[in-house]
Write a protein that binds this ligand. Structure first.
Ligand code: SF4
Ligand code: SF4
Length: 351
C-alpha cells in the first residue's frame, strides 16, 4: 500500500463550487514559471511535449543543489511565487527537499499528475500555507492503464486536501473524453474531491482545431462544469490575443528553463540571461506583447495592462522576438558547417 497513514475514505459528496477566477489572491507580485524537468511517467496523448522528451531526463536537471537554487531566488531580494511544471515535477531529484528550502522564504505552486509516492512525504513536511496551489491533473486515460490508478489518485488528493492544501483536480476537455466527462466529474466529486476544474484543450484533434471546433452541446457541458472563469474566457472570448498591449512579463514574471535560462514568458523567446549562474537582468518597465496568441493566457490575463505600447516599441519587441527565435537555428546551422569541416565544436557536453 502506498499511503503509510491511510485516511478514512468514507464517501464525502461535495456540490460544485460557484464559478470564480481560480487565480491565487495575495500571491507575491514576482512570479517565476519554472519548467524544472522533462521526465514524465505518463504519456498523455494531448501533452505539449514529445514522447521522446518525456522519456528521459534533461541532462541539466539536478545540476545545481537545492540550496544553490534557493539562494538564487533569495539573492534577488524579492519574494517569489515559484510555479513548478515539467515533465512530472515530483520526479525531480529530491523534490521534497527542494520544496522545503524554497518555501523557507518564497511560495510555490505545482503542476503534477500526483502519481509518485513522495506526494505523502511532501504533504507531511511542507507547510500548506506556503503552497499557493496544487494543480493535480487527472489524465484519466493514463490512470486507467494502471492497476488501481483512479483509487491511488483519490487517496493522494484527499490526503493533501485534508492537510489544508489548496488542491484542484484538473480535467482536460480532450474531445475523445467528452462522452465520459460528466460521469467522471460526478464520480470524483462523490469521493470527496472539492474543486474540480476543466482545462480547455487547445490543439488539434483529427484535423480539427480546438477550442474553435467544440460543438454547441460540448460548449454547454463545459459551461456548466468549468469552475474557473479564466477557462470560460479562453473558450468564449478566445481571450488569448494581447498583441501590442503593455505586459509585465520580463519585469515581474519570467519563464525559467531546466538549465536556468530566463525568457520573458512561456510563449516568447526573448532572453534575460541565466538565473542559476547569476548572469541575468530584469526588464525595468512593461513592454508590448509582440505576438497574436499568448500561449500562457493566465499570465497574459494577469500581466497585461489596459494600455497599448507605442508603434516603435511594438516594432522593437517584434524584431527582438524574431532575433531570439532564429538565433538558435542560425547557431545550429553554423555549428553544423563547422562540424562538416572537421572543426571542434563545443556542444555543452564535450569538446
Ligand atoms: S502528465 Fe503532464 S507532462 Fe506527463 S505526459 Fe501527461 S500532460 Fe505531459
Ligand atoms: S501577453 Fe502573454 S505572450 Fe504576450 S508577453 Fe504577456 S505573457 Fe507573454
Amino acid at each position: 500500500m502506498e499511503n503509510p497513514c491511510k485516511l478514512k475514505t468514507e464517501t464525502r459528496n461535495y456540490s460544485q463550487p460557484s464559478r470564480a477566477s481560480l487565480e491565487v489572491v495575495g500571491a507575491p507580485e514576482y512570479m517565476m514559471g519554472w519548467h524544472l524537468n522533462n521526465l514524465c511517467n505518463f504519456q498523455c496523448e494531448y501533452c505539449f511535449c514529445s514522447k521522446d522528451t518525456l522519456s528521459r531526463e534533461h541532462p541539466d536537471c539536478g545540476k545545481y543543489s537545492q540550496q544553490h537554487i534557493a539562494k538564487c531566488f533569495d539573492d534577488t531580494g524579492k519574494m517569489w511565487r515559484i510555479h513548478m511544471s515539467g515533465g512530472e515535477t515530483f520526479l525531480y531529484p529530491r523534490f521534497v527537499e527542494l520544496a522545503e528550502v524554497l518555501t523557507e522564504k518564497h511560495y510555490i505552486s505545482i503542476n503534477t499528475n500526483l502519481s509518485t509516492p513522495n506526494v505523502y512525504e511532501f504533504a507531511d513536511v511542507i507547510p500548506p500555507e506556503k503552497v499557493l496551489t496544487i494543480n493535480a491533473a487527472l489524465h484519466i486515460m493514463e490512470r486507467n492503464k494502471r492497476k488501481g490508478g483512479q483509487e491511488k489518485y483519490i487517496d493522494k488528493f484527499l490526503y493533501l486536501q485534508d492537510k489544508g492544501f489548496d488542491i484542484r483536480l484538473e480535467y482536460v476537455t480532450y474531445p475523445p473524453l467528452f462522452h465520459r466527462l460528466v460521469k467522471d466529474i460526478e464520480h470524483f466529486r462523490s469521493q470527496g474531491i472539492k474543486v474540480i476544474n476543466l482545462k480547455i484543450f487547445r490543439g488539434t484533434y483529427r484535423g480539427k482545431l480546438y477550442p474553435e471546433s467544440y460543438t454547441n452541446d460540448e460548449k454547454l457541458v463545459i459551461n456548466s462544469y468549468a469552475v474557473d472563469t479564466r477557462e470560460i474566457s479562453i473558450l468564449e472570448e478566445r481571450k488569448v490575443n494581447f498583441f501590442g498591449m503593455l505586459c509585465s512579463a520580463g519585469k515581474k514574471s519570467f519563464r525559467l528553463d531546466v538549465s536556468g535560462q530566463l525568457t520573458r514568458c512561456a510563449t516568447l523567446r526573448k532572453e534575460y540571461g541565466n538565473f542559476f549562474t547569476g548572469k541575468y537582468y530584469f526588464g525595468e518597465s512593461p513592454v508590448p506583447c509582440p505576438v497574436k496568441e499568448c500561449g500562457c493566457s493566465y499570465e497574459g490575463m494577469r500581466l497585461v495592462q489596459n494600455q497599448k505600447g507605442s508603434a516603435f516599441s511594438i516594432f522593437k519587441e517584434r524584431v527582438l522576438e524574431e532575433y531570439f527565435r532564429i538565433r538558435p537555428l542560425i547557431s545550429r546551422k553554423v555549428l553544423g558547417i563547422v562540424n562538416k569541416e572537421g572543426g571542434r565544436v563545443f556542444n555543452g557536453e564535450s569538446l
